[in-house]
Design a protein around this ligand. Structure first.
Ligand code: SAM
Length: 258
């Protein structure tokens, strides 16, 4: 018995054991005893996680995959969340404890998975896994890059990010149309920022909504004072600002009385 791949759930099953093992090994494993795998499917990655010293939990939306896991991984049975990762309250599920997130993620919700992880940053010291290559590169890209954007700035504000390796479509069943990329995020020691973090999200999202425009134009909706906008930073476009510069801009905007 095996699970029939369902396109609407982003199911592309990994068939290469050594890549599954490399992904499982990509977690460093400090400061937590629990790991949550998103979208285990038939458990190709899960079996390597179960060999690790931490306790493995999985969140799987597909009932057929859940039944498969229950039959084939008895050790996992009590740790299966049969639900949508995006809709669950993980802070409560894990009693406010620290936990890592890992997965060969469903590409149709990959951006939402990163945003949800950023919301959970107080509880998630490590995050690693496989995305569509372009998304993994976007998260890890630096200022000046064509793909530098909201995900890059917000992920790198709180985490040290690293692109690990590229995976070709041929090692999946069915094969996706694009290459995949494995990346890792390790929460920074000083991840509590010296600025209003909620405001940082607003500033970054608003600025990149019009990435071709200068900040003076793209941040108009924030009603900033003329005096603040005299600052030379407002003549730049969002892709020209480093993460630190976004944080310092957020401080200036907060002081401006938003
Ligand atoms: C790319 S497949 C990976 C499957 C398996 N880990 C592997 O590597 O072969 C993505 C998995 O995520 C599951 N999935 C899709 N959306 C989900 C969601 N919102 N919450 C939890 N799991 C989800 C799919 O059912 C599928 O099993």
């Amino acid at each position: 018995m095996s699970v029939k791949a369902k396109k609407h759930l982003g199911q592309h099953f990994l068939t290469d054991e050594s890549i599954a093992q490399q992904i499982a090994d990509s977690l460093i494993g400090t400061n937590y005893n629990k790991v949550l795998e998103i979208g285990p499917g038939m458990g190709v990655l899960t079996k390597y996680l179960l060999e690790k010293p931490y306790e493995t939990f999985v969140a799987e939306i597909d009932k057929e995959s859940v039944e498969y896991l229950q039959v084939h991984y008895l050790k996992l049975a009590k740790n299966i969340f049969s639900l949508d990762f995006l809709k669950h309250d993980w802070q409560t599920a894990f009693n406010q404890e620290q936990f890592a997130i890992i997965g060969n993620f469903p590409y149709n919700i990959s951006t939402q998975i990163v945003f949800k992880t950023l919301e959970l940053r107080d509880f998630v010291p490590e995050f690693s896994g496989m995305f569509q290559k372009e998304v993994a590169e976007r998260i890890c890209s630096k200022k000046g890059s064509k793909v530098y954007g909201i995900l890059s700035v917000l992920a790198q504000a709180f985490y040290d990010v690293e692109y690990l390796f590229t995976v070709p479509p041929t090692v999946f069943n069915p094969p996706p149309k694009v290459d995949s990329g494995v990346m890792r995020m390790i929460r920074k020691e000083n991840y509590k920022l010296e600025c209003d973090e909620k405001l940082l999200f607003t500033v970054v999202k608003t600025a990149f909504q019009q990435r071709r425009k200068t900040l003076r134009n793209s941040l108009k909706s924030l009603n900033l004072s003329d005096k603040l906008q005299e600052d030379t930073i407002f003549a730049l476009r969002p892709e020209q600002l480093s993460v630190e510069e976004f944080i310092s801009l957020t401080k200036k905007i907060a002081a401006d009385g938003v």
